[in-house]
Design a protein around this ligand. Structure first.
Ligand SMILES: Cc1cc2nc3c(=O)[nH]c(=O)nc-3n(C[C@H](O)[C@H](O)[C@H](O)COP(=O)(O)O)c2cc1C
Ligand SMILES: [Mn+2]
Length: 453
C-alpha cells in the first residue's frame, strides 16, 4: 500500500519546493503558500528542518486540480477518465479494507504520562488563531449503532500535552456518532490520522451516506484494499502505513472554549461546538513526515473540500439532466457559488437544473447556468455570459430563508437566500459568436507551439 513518502517521491522535482534552512512553523509556511498563490504558483511545500521539531513538514498537496486528478489515477480536465468519472466509479464500487497484524505507524508508541502532543510539528497558521492547530487531522471513528467507520476532518486546537479543543461544526457523521454515544453517557473513541497517501485524504473529504466507509472509497482509488492496524488503546483501526496517529476520545457532554480559527470563508471564526478530545496514545513511524493542510481561504483547503463533493453533485445532477456538461465551484465563492454548463434541449431546462443543484447542496447561495460553449472553470467567461445572455428582470429567481452553512458570516439563524441566474441563450437565438476560422486558430496554435511561446 503506497505511503505519503511513496507519493512525495512520485512527484516531479519542479512540483516540490524544498526549504532546507531551519524554519519556524509559526505563520511562515502559511504566508509562503499564500504569497505563492498570489503569483499563481502551487508547489507542494516541504519544510525539511522545522525549528524545535525533529520531523519534516509538508503542505499544499491539494492546491492543484491536475495534481488531485493524478492522486485518484484520473486524467486532468473534464474529458473521459476525469476525476468525476473515477470518483463515481470508486463511490459505486468501494474496496473493503483489510486488517493486518502490524504496521509502520506503530513503530513508536507513546502512552500515559509520556504523551506530549505538543512535540508534533503542529504549526500556527493565522494571526488571530487561538493557538497551534491540526487542520489536516482525519478523525476516524465508528457509528456506535452500526459499527460503520467514518472519516472526516475537524480542526483541533492544541490545548495541552494530552488535550485538544475540537469543533464538529459541519454537523457531519461524527457529530451524530457523538450524539449517539452521549445518549448512553459514553465518550466517542476517535483516532486522529495525520499523514497518509493523499487518496485517503480525498476520500475523507467526501460527503457520502452514513452507511459508507470513506476508507473503502480510498481503497478503490488506489486499486488495492487499505491495510489497517488496530489502535493500541481504542477499538478503531487506522492505515498501517500512516505517519502519525493520535488515539483518544471526544468527551461526552464536556465543552470548553475553542477558537478563533481562520476558516475557508476567509474569516476568523469562533463558531464552534466546543468539544474536547483527550489523548490516550500517540503512535508514529520511526521517521514520520507531518502533513499539514493550509486552512482558511487557501486553494488547497477549498479544492480538497470540494473535489469529491463536485464529483458527487455532478453525477447526481447528470442523472436528472443528461445534457449537463460541467460543474465548477469557483474559488471566489468559497463553497457558496456553483456554475454549471449544459447543452440545453428545451426552454426551462437550465432553471430545472439550477433548482436541482441548489437542492443537492445546501451550501450553495449563488447558482449560475451557462451554455456548453462557456467554460465554467474560467470565471471571466461565466461573467461574460451573464453580461451578454442574461436579463435580471426575467432570468433570475431567489428563494428566501433556506438552510445554509453557518460559517457564512452574512447568514441569519443558519439560513440564507438562494439566487439562481439563468445565463443561457434562448434556443432560437440567432446571434453568432465572433471567432476566427478553425484553420487560422490551428495555424496560431502551431506557431505558438513551435516557437515555444
Ligand atoms: C481541510 C478540511 C477541514 C475541515 N474542518 C472541519 C472542522 O473543523 N469541523 C467540521 O465540522 N468540519 C470540517 N470539515 C468538513 C468535514 O470534514 C467534511 O464535510 C467531511 O466530508 C464530513 O464527513 P462526513 O460526511 O463523514 O460527516 C473540514 C473539511 C476539510 C476538507
Ligand atoms: Mn461519512
Amino acid at each position: 500500500m503506497p505511503s505519503l513518502n511513496d507519493y512525495l517521491d512520485s512527484l516531479p522535482a519542479e512540483d516540490v519546493l524544498r526549504i532546507s534552512e531551519p524554519t519556524d512553523l509559526d505563520y511562515l509556511p502559511t504566508a509562503l503558500v499564500l504569497e505563492l498563490e498570489k503569483r499563481k504558483r502551487f508547489p507542494v511545500v516541504v519544510v525539511e528542518n522545522p525549528i524545535g521539531f525533529d520531523a519534516p513538514w509538508v503542505a499544499n498537496i491539494f492546491s492543484d486540480r491536475a495534481r488531485i486528478a493524478r492522486i485518484a489515477g484520473a486524467a486532468p480536465g473534464t474529458g473521459p477518465n476525469s476525476f468525476n468519472d473515477v470518483w463515481q466509479r470508486c463511490e459505486a464500487h468501494p474496496l473493503a479494507s483489510v486488517i493486518v497484524p502490524t504496521g509502520a505507524v506503530q513503530q513508536v508508541v507513546v502512552q500515559g504520562a509520556e504523551v506530549d502532543a505538543g512535540a508534533l510539528p503542529i504549526s500556527r497558521h493565522f494571526e488571530h488563531d487561538a493557538g497551534r492547530y491540526i487542520s489536516s487531522g482525519i478523525l476516524i471513528c465508528k457509528d456506535p449503532d452500526t459499527g460503520v467507520r467514518n472519516l472526516s476532518y475537524q480542526r483541533l486546537q492544541l490545548k495541552g500535552p494530552d488535550r485538544f479543543g475540537v469543533s464538529l461544526h459541519s454537523r457531519g457523521h461524527i457529530w451524530e456518532h457523538l450524539a449517539r454515544c452521549e445518549a448512553r453517557g459514553k465518550n466517542l473513541e476517535v483516532a486522529i490520522l495525520i499523514g497518509a497517501h493523499p487518496a485517503i485524504y480525498l476520500a475523507a473529504a467526501a460527503k457520502v451516506a452514513m452507511e459508507v466507509d470513506e476508507m473503502d472509497i480510498a481503497g478503490a482509488m488506489l486499486g488495492s484494499p487499505i491495510e489497517l492496524v488496530r489502535c493500541k488503546t481504542i477499538d478503531v483501526e487506522v492505515p498501517a502505513d500512516a505517519e502519525y496517529v493520535i488515539e483518544g476520545e471526544i468527551l461526552a457532554g464536556v465543552h470548553e472554549d475553542e477558537g478563533p480559527f481562520g476558516e475557508y470563508t476567509g474569516y476568523s471564526t469562533s463558531r464552534s461546538t466546543r468539544n474536547v478530545f483527550v489523548v490516550k496514545a500517540i503512535t508514529r513511524k520511526a521517521k514520520p513526515v507531518y502533513l499539514d493542510i493550509i486552512p482558511g481561504y487557501s486553494m488547497e483547503h477549498l479544492l480538497l473540500g470540494r473535489a469529491a463533493k463536485e464529483a458527487h453533485v455532478f453525477s447526481r445532477l447528470k442523472e436528472m439532466v443528461p445534457n449537463l456538461k460541467a460543474l465548477n465551484y469557483p474559488r471566489s465563492g468559497t463553497h457558496f457559488h456553483a456554475y454549471i454548463s449544459l447543452k440545453k434541449s428545451a426552454e426551462g431546462q437550465a432553471r430545472h437544473a439550477l433548482m436541482l443543484l441548489m437542492g443537492l447542496d445546501n451550501y450553495i447561495k449563488l447558482a449560475v447556468a451557462v451554455d456548453a460553449d462557456v467554460d465554467v472553470f474560467n470565471e471571466e467567461e461565466v461573467l461574460w455570459a451573464i453580461a451578454t445572455r442574461f436579463q435580471a428582470d426575467t432570468d433570475l429567481f431567489t428563494v428566501p430563508k433556506v438552510l445554509c452553512n453557518r460559517l457564512d458570516p452574512s447568514s441569519v439563524d443558519g439560513m440564507s437566500a438562494k439566487l439562481a441566474l439563468d445565463a443561457t441563450a434562448p434556443l432560437d437565438w440567432d446571434v453568432q459568436r465572433a471567432f476566427p476560422p478553425t484553420r487560422a486558430v490551428d495555424w496560431a496554435q502551431d506557431l505558438i507551439r513551435n516557437r515555444k511561446l
